[in-house]
Design a protein around this ligand. Structure first.
Ligand code: UD1
Ligand code: CA
Length: 482
């Protein structure tokens, strides 16, 4: 009774203990054969380390220490971009003497009352729920317990194997290179992820040696020291190998990318999105879809993209940072890149094929943008049309404007950008040059081939081109005459 009470108090203390995370990211990643550090290689458009750091934010960790070593400057320079708004701090490990040595470097920054979660910078697809379950399993095993995230693999080659005693308790992890033939047959492997009480971890790390096949200080050796102390060691085993898969080579990175994309596709389809082929979709960010969205093959979505109800995306579109509103149709080979300003495509618009919408494009309802039309930093009000071979930059285009084939805004004078304002119901003929700054009055018509350098009045026809001259009976020069 008394003992139970004491245990509960200690458990409670640990249950409310702050979470501090150590992310291992100092290793070399030799097999990537890349100048880019392994943890900065991209999966779904985001560096591997970015995926791991996003997890630490979901877990609301009080402190996140990233162990850097190989290409430390490059990795450290990337950190603010990956984790701008929560407390991530780099700790150098120089030289890199193993995973245990890596965690040792972090310990001076870890508080004694914390629970420490160790993650690998090259294991990108772990889910926050899995880590929460690991932390709960640790807390449930009593104060001072060590919890390992493990998984059974059909092919455990290369991983540390989980050794158990006759009662089934975890007693050690043995690395592949140190394992005997019998141990290599064990298919339960250590994921590289563990949770430990800071004070215990400090003691266990202090006892590590490098007397092993690789001459490294293995983090995995803390298990035997914890067991020797009588601490509880639990393995929280999951079935989903993808969540603990590490990236060591381009082939593994590509395989993980496909597996990730497959999951994204399945989640979208479960929400009712109709994908022509779930194997031919790439989402590098967040794709939010309404009801009855259809996406044809070969589309790439980057950053945050919203597709409203009934939106249809044709084959081979690339769409980044954009909101496509209900009923809009994007025909094949369209490129929409909202950049930091974003792009909005209004309801029931028709865009493409072969259209290009650049940052700051905002289209109202039922706007038509056709082939080889480029739009940048411009608004087009409801019902405006630019159907062929045109450029609109820094323009405000009124409702129902018809913008002719081959027309452009000359918005850049070599030093500054200027605005073009086109009133409602203006008809801009084909092949016009609108030299900004310039305003076309509402309801006006601009004759084909005009170069407009001054504001034009509302409701009138403006033509600014040479009058045709006809010379009757004129003889073209002939080759035989000299
Ligand atoms: C490690 C585990 C192994 C486990 C596997 C899971 C050890 C000794 N072994 O093996 O049991 O099955 O992960 O993927 O821990 N790192 C440093 N500093 C170093 C060495 C490594 O920061 O000195 C980092 C690496 O950048 C990497 C992580 O630690 O992010 C794991 O290192 P790695 O060399 O890939 O370990 P594995 O051999 O895969
Ligand atoms: Ca590894």
């Amino acid at each position: 009774m008394h003992e139970e009470q004491a245990l509960d108090d200690a458990t409670m203390r640990e249950a409310t203990a702050p979470l501090e995370v150590v992310v291992l990211a100092a290793g070399k990643g030799t097999r990537m054969k890349s100048r880019t550090p392994k943890v900065l290689q991209r999966l779904a458009g985001r560096p591997l380390l970015g995926h791991v750091l996003a997890l630490t934010r979901q877990l609301a960790a009080r402190r996140v220490l990233v162990i850097t070593g190989h290409e430390a400057e490059v990795v450290e320079a990337a950190l603010p971009g990956l984790a701008a708004d929560w407390p991530v701090q780099a700790v150098r490990q120089q030289p890199q003497l193993g995973t245990g040595h890596a965690v040792q470097q972090a310990m001076p920054h870890i508080s004694d009352e914390a629970v420490v979660l160790v993650l690998s910078g090259d294991v990108p697809l772990t889910e926050a729920g899995t880590l929460q379950a690991l932390l709960r399993a640790r807390a449930a095993a009593g104060p001072g317990a060590l919890a390992l995230l493990t998984v059974r693999l059909p092919d455990p080659t290369g991983y540390g194997r989980v050794l158990r005693d006759a009662q089934g308790g975890v007693c050690a992890i043995v690395e592949e290179k140190d394992a005997d033939a019998g141990q290599r047959r064990i298919d339960e492997v250590y994921s590289g992820i563990l949770a430990a009480p800071a004070a215990g971890l400090r003691r266990w790390l202090a006892r590590l040696t490098n007397a092993n096949a690789q001459g490294e200080y293995y983090l995995t050796d803390i298990v035997v020291h914890a067991v020797a102390e009588g601490a509880a060691v639990v393995a929280h085993r999951i079935d989903d190998a993808l969540q603990v898969a590490g990236v060591n080579s381009p082939a593994q990175l590509a395989a993980l990318e496909r597996a990730y994309q497959r999951r994204v596709a399945e989640a979208l389809m479960a929400d009712g999105v109709r994908l022509a082929d779930p194997a031919r979709l790439d989402v590098r960010g967040e794709l939010v879809c309404g009801q009855d969205v259809e996406i044809d093959v070969g589309c790439v979505f980057e950053g945050r993209v919203e597709l409203g109800d009934g939106v249809r995306i044709g084959a081979h579109c690339v769409i980044a940072q954009a909101r496509i509103e209900a009923g809009a149709q994007i025909a094949p080979f369209t490129h929409i890149d909202g950049g930091s300003a974003g792009v909005v495509v209004g309801p029931a618009c028709h865009i493409g094929p072969f259209a290009r919408l650049r940052p700051g494009t905002v289209l109202g309802a039922e706007v038509h943008v056709g082939n080889f039309v480029e739009i940048k930093n411009s608004t087009l009000a409801a019902g405006a049309k630019a159907n062929h071979l045109a450029y609109l930059g820094d323009a405000a285009v009124g409702a129902r404007v018809n913008y002719g084939a081959g027309s452009i805004t000359a918005n850049y004078d070599g030093a500054r950008k200027h605005r073009t304002v086109i009133g409602d119901d203006v008809h801009v003929g084909s092949n016009c040059v609108l030299v900004a700054p310039v305003t076309l009055g509402a309801g006006g018509t601009i004759g084909a081939g005009s170069t407009i350098t001054k504001d034009t009045p509302a409701g009138a026809l403006t033509v600014a081109r040479a009058k045709p001259v006809t010379i009757a009976g004129w003889q073209r020069p002939r080759k035989d005459e000299r």
